[in-house]
Design a protein around this ligand. Structure first.
Ligand code: NAP
Length: 252
């Protein structure tokens, strides 16, 4: 699938889905800014991209902090060119049943997922509208449909869907599309932490979960990266405001 080389930003790209997505976008020919909380932690992803002949830089940023986001996006534009692809992937979980959930658990999840996606998109869309081209992909989740122990996370991931649809409506006239991907179970540190929290060995958690998924396996970060690759391509210009469940079935 040929696509025009551009500058892409992937948040939370030091590991997991973000790292796989950064590598895939680099393989598609884009220069990639690998953003994560800890700049040093981005080195593995950047090195893998450059070793494969691609172009990437590491940028440390907390996506929930406006001043850090502004500085990071300006740096990307200066070093790699106007960012016209943005993948809002950074995420955290702070799971608990509502009667035990603290205000901090609520605020930190809203801060990274919703405030983070808002700040990153606001900064990047300035370049996209100027370039008359943009591709925004936001990471939602099947948890948006409801998931025990995740009132904060499911509310944020449902919020991401409304955010995405409104971006599509506002920015479409500038050649910018916005879509959300809602992954089911993907094998990463995030799902490993969930297994630890509920006291189940990760391998057992994977095997049990796979049985409940129509395609009979859990997802890998590359499954999400492949969907991002399509949604950011030149050919996907008529797909906007959609939520694509990448979950091995209609949902998880
Ligand atoms: P992950 O392995 O935990 O990676 C998330 C990355 O985001 C980490 O490197 C983390 O850095 C970074 N991050 C956290 N807070 C940040 C902040 N404020 N600013 C910048 N970076 C930050 O997670 P994942 O499984 O790859 O998930 C990626 C996305 O997919 C998330 O939005 C998640 O909610 C969503 N998702 C995942 C699944 C799944 O099954 N794994 C399912 C549905 C949706 P630190 O390591 O320093 O915290």
């Amino acid at each position: 699938m040929a696509t025009t080389p551009r500058t892409a930003i992937v948040t939370g790209a030091a590991r997991g889905i973000g790292a796989a997505t950064a590598k895939r976008l680099a393989a598609d020919g884009h220069a990639v800014a690998v953003l994560d909380l800890d700049e040093a932690a981005c080195a593995e992803t950047v090195d893998a991209i450059t070793a494969a002949g691609g172009k990437a830089i590491a940028v440390g940023v907390d996506v929930s902090k406006a001043d850090q986001v502004a500085a990071a996006v300006t740096r990307v534009a200066d070093e790699l060119g106007a960012p016209t692809i943005l993948i809002n992937n950074a995420g955290i979980t702070r799971d608990n049943l509502i009667f035990k959930m603290t205000e901090e658990d609520w605020d930190s999840v809203m801060g990274v997922h919703l405030r983070g996606a808002f700040l990153m998109t606001k900064a990047a869309q300035a370049y996209m509208t100027q370039e008359k081209f943009g591709r925004i992909v936001n990471l939602s989740s099947t948890s948006a449909l409801g998931n025990r122990g995740q009132v904060n996370y499911s509310a944020a991931k449902a919020g991401i869907q409304g955010f995405t649809k409104t971006l599509a409506i506002e920015l479409g006239r500038f050649g910018v599309t916005a879509n959300a991907i809602a992954p089911g179970f993907i094998q990463t540190e995030m799902t490993k932490a969930t297994a630890e929290r509920i006291g189940v060995p990760f391998d057992d958690f994977i095997a049990f979960s796979a049985k409940e998924i129509p395609v009979q396996r859990v997802g890998q970060p590359e499954d999400i990266a492949a969907t991002v690759s399509f949604l950011t391509s030149d050919e996907a210009g008529f797909v906007s405001g959609q939520v694509i469940y990448v979950a091995g079935g209609p949902k998880d």
